[in-house]
Design a protein around this ligand. Structure first.
Ligand code: SF4
Length: 367
């Protein structure tokens, strides 16, 4: 029942009591480290104060689930290069405009009068802009996970059908499973369980996490974004750990099922193919990105505009890479809250509304 209040105390109290009981039982073996790999989960966990409700044995880590945060500075540079070309406008989401590349952000370049940048709310808005302004080349940076990529695929198909020649994308979208495997190779992470992303899973289905259970013995729980959803996911992970029976538990069945959304997946498969992709802090991960299939490569702005990507180190002092891998928490960064704030962000984790540093800052009494 979607009208149920999933934040109701009568739902949450029993879940918390059971979490306390299981955590106390497993306490002698050390902290129980659970990771959420969805930026929306990160924000929901902070907004609902979930961390403060959990027993001290349960540690929550944030993973590489914010699409803007995992985009390396060199890829932001591609967007800035495009926006600086004569007759080109980059149409993108608001948070991407402020993410620093190696020589500043799209917002910086626009403020200096060097670049044309428009904020849009969807890729279809960018296509509409292209149709309204045929004298401009409109470039949409395709940044996101399986959640946003189907809308980008649908936009490419619409542009193809309408023969819109002044629209293109910078294909930078990423997919979830390969990066999770990459994280699990790091034994020091010592992860007990994964809160799997609810939105991504609505598209992909739950089956893609089975390999994590089979090959790495990882406890997995797909969960939603309300307090009771999050607590049910955490409880499921503790139960799996206590019984020694890892599995993929679906704690978000009102939205997610095993097969996912076949129409959205079909759109992805028609337009995109797996390609190696560069992740901030994690390097290049095979088959973790979405490149355009040959039939749609003329929509690739990188080729059309002759853009060149250079992968560069993090801004000096920024620990975004370590935070995205769950090795550090935002306050461990020497710049956090002093040099780096939401008003003057140094790294993308402080820019994006779903970034760990921004969420930590916003909900830790700074503002
Ligand atoms: Fe990077 Fe700022 Fe986060 Fe430090 S606080 S890791 S500089 S975004």
């Amino acid at each position: 029942n979607l009208n149920t209040s999933f934040g109701a105390q009568e739902l949450c109290r029993p879940l918390l009591a059971e979490i306390d009981r299981l955590a106390a039982r497993s306490a002698p073996t050390g902290p129980i480290r659970l990771m959420e790999v969805c930026g929306t989960h990160t924000v929901a966990i902070f907004r609902h104060g979930i961390r403060s409700l959990l027993p001290p044995q349960v540690q929550l880590l944030s993973g590489p689930g914010c699409p803007v945060c995992v985009t390396p500075a060199g890829h932001i540079d591609l967007c800035v290069q495009a926006a600086k070309q004569d007759g080109v406008v980059v149409a993108t989401f608001g948070d991407l405009i402020r993410v620093p590349g190696s020589h500043g952000s799209l917002a910086d370049a626009r403020a200096r009068g060097e670049a044309q940048v428009e904020m849009v709310y969807s890729p279809m808005d960018a296509l509409a802009l292209a149709r309204r302004r045929p004298e401009l080349q409109v470039v949409f940076p395709a940044i996101g996970f399986e959640t946003t990529a189907p809308a980008i695929a649908a936009t490419v198909l619409a542009a193809q059908a309408a023969a819109v020649e002044n629209f293109s994308i910078i294909p930078l979208a990423k997919t979830m499973p390969a990066v999770l495997v990459e994280l699990l190779k790091d034994r020091d992470l010592n992860l007990s369980g994964l809160l799997c992303p609810g939105h991504v899973s609505a598209i992909t289905g739950t089956a893609m996490y089975e390999a994590l259970v089979q090959e790495y013995g990882l406890c997995c729980a797909v969960t939603g974004f309300e307090p009771a959803d999050l607590l049910a996911g955490i409880l499921s992970l503790l139960q799996q750990q206590a019984t020694g029976q890892p599995q993929v538990a679906n704690c978000y069945p009102r939205v997610v099922d095993e097969a996912g959304n076949p129409r959205a997946r079909n759109l992805l498969e028609r337009v995109f193919e797996p390609v190696d992709s560069e992740w901030r802090g994690l390097g290049s991960i095979p088959a973790s990105g979405l490149g355009l299939r040959p039939a749609y490569r003329h929509f690739n702005a990188v080729h059309r505009l002759g853009l060149e990507a250079r992968i560069l180190p993090e801004p000096p002092g920024c620990r975004c890479g370590q935070i995205l891998k769950g090795r550090l928490q935002p306050p461990d960064c020497p710049l956090y809250g002093r040099v780096c704030t939401p008003l003057a962000p140094v790294g993308p984790c402080m820019v994006s509304s779903e970034g760990s540093c921004a969420a930590w800052y916003r909900y830790s009494g700074h503002t």
